[in-house]
Design a protein around this ligand. Sequence first.
Ligand code: CA
Length: 754
Amino acid sequence: MISAVLSMLSCVTAKRGEALSGDPVDYVSTLVGTLSKHSLSTGNTYPAVAMPWGMNFWTPQTGPMGDGWAYVYTEDKIRGFKQTHQPSPWINDYGQFSLMPSSKPVFDQDERASWFSHKAETATPYYYGVYLADHDTYAEFTPTERAAMFRMTYPESEMSYLVVDAFDQGSYVKVMPEENMVVGYTTRNSGGVSDNFRNWFVIVSDTPFDYVKGVENRNLTDRTEIEAAHAGALVGFRTGWGQKVNLKVASSFISLDQAKLNLRELGDRSFEEVKQAGRDRWNEVLGRFEVEDYNIDNIRTFYSCLYRSVLFPRDLSEIDAAGKRVHYSPHTGEVCPGYLYADTGVWDTFRCLFPLLNLAYPEENVKMQEGYVNHFLESGFLPEWSSPGHRGCMVGNNTASVVADAYLSGLRGYDIETLWEAVKTGANSEHPTVKSSGRWGYDRYNELGYVPCDIGINESAARTLEYAYDDWCIWQLGLVLGKSEEELAQYKKNALNYKNLYDAENGLMNGRKENGEFRRPFSPLKWGGDFTEGNSLHYTWSVFHDVDGLIDLMGGEEKFAAALDNVFEMPPHFDESYYGFVIHEIREMQIMNMGNYAHGNQPIQHMLYLYDWCGQPWKAQARIREVMDKFYTSAPDGYCGDEDNGQTSAWYVFSAMGFYPVCPGSGQYAVGTPLFRKVTLHLSNGKDVVISAPENSKENCYVTSLKVDGRRTDANYVTFDQLKDGADLVFSMSGTPDMKRGTSPESKPYSFSR
Ligand code: CA
């Protein structure tokens, strides 16, 4: 009763009478994953200060210009505050520029850098503030979707400075003292844009400039308009002690005029008003999930993961002078109507990030689907990796899953017929320049039923396995769209193509040559080669849509379960010869004391749940809880590998609720083990999914019963249809595995061939 009252007052409450004060956003650490380096990723994130799915993110910048590791927890100095669009250090950034206060008239990124301390730093999703010791200046900023406000609190000085750095590789800056304004553009990018790409920016100060210099290729000049490889500006203010200089900043991928229009987002609001509105927006989005538990560490981890789950993909659309929504097309270089979203690799995010949107934030994914329509209309393909246009990275054709799961989850209001053409096009063609868009090797795949490993197409087994699942997705979508049996026959047939790579001699998936022979010698430990950032032990389970079919191939449930066990129980041996060095994903597996299980990378993240298909769901429960407890924290090293645009975070969000979408498109979630005593998911239609597990604790990780809306179910799954209009899930938990519940054939989740 007491907790019910508390939950009305605050979204996060504790049992045992101990109220945790604060709103959901107060439990977020934006620094999780920032203690990373090339050789070992604990997330490879930066502290994104942004609105959910916002066009621009901002980050304090510790790394040098161009370094993908923009903010690293162990660094001592900040060089600037960067507007960033980077999805991952491996893909790097585009459209970036930075601001930096300084007590000295210096521009150089090393000379202006200042010592700072995490203890004098406030990092939240909607606000960032830090004391820059070498300049005795407190720098703060708070963003909207396309703009931001900065507040620099300077010391008493003859002159305090602001550096505007438009970065190298072609940029422009113009200072207009009469308007207290600096404008410019940056062209810096990492590919995936048209030749005319520019990120235009405008900075308006509330304090007149008492000093103005242009910067041309790092040299200070009296000219105030600079177009150069590396343009910048230095403006100065005569400041009294504690004087605050407020700056309004906005940007646009379309034009300078549009950047000025985007200042509208700030209006006449004060810094504090913008900050409060950002805080409210974050609480609204994070508050869809209401957690009641006594374990504050888990609550912090949960909301930190939820924060990462609602950042990408970002909305690149802007509202023009006529009030119309338009976007700069990275494909054509033109201004096109409607939405466009960018900066996600669906090889990662099809697995559970998009399914999380479909369950908790469907209205956002409706806009993203419209964005996919536009990607296709403007480029002829759906981008498997967009940043912002097509980028060559990873394998598969998993946009088919993203499109199918959205529509099958009831999302409407966009042009599904164009997306139907798009997924068929993607399945039957190769992008002319970007190997990862469309399907590399589609012709041989359609002809032979697999992509051969000896025809010059790398990672062919991974491609085949994902194409087969993608074909199942296309078939499922086609069924709902009422497409003819004739049109669907190819996809239905090819959905079983995973069988063609099962090497019975080794009991695992293997690369296969054009002549039908399997690759010999075969090493289950070899990362890469026929697989992608994993080995056969990781990829054999990539039969999301037909686990029963895989069980049959592997000789039945007992053998299947033993093969799963083996992955955890064997030593973390590996073969890195394909790469010639130990890639960070391998190291992240090796050090976790969980055998060859590699949660730090995406291909295997669903595998723990497969015990639900072979009559041993308690093993899934134990392993899932072990992963939640051990692999995730809210500390700066809180992930166990690349976070990857919400995917690894959304895994935690789903798993903490007690279920996970092993097969997006199936309308089912495999049951695992809920982490909290109670989670309420406030659906966007106003209904609630309430998940209770009153006996839950660290020890009580085993499910002994599940009731859905008061009715006991033995199923190892819950369905989207059960949840979509609200549901009441009650788990009974125990410290002892229940070896009876969920063991019957009827309790298994979906399989295509059953
Ligand atoms: Ca990854």
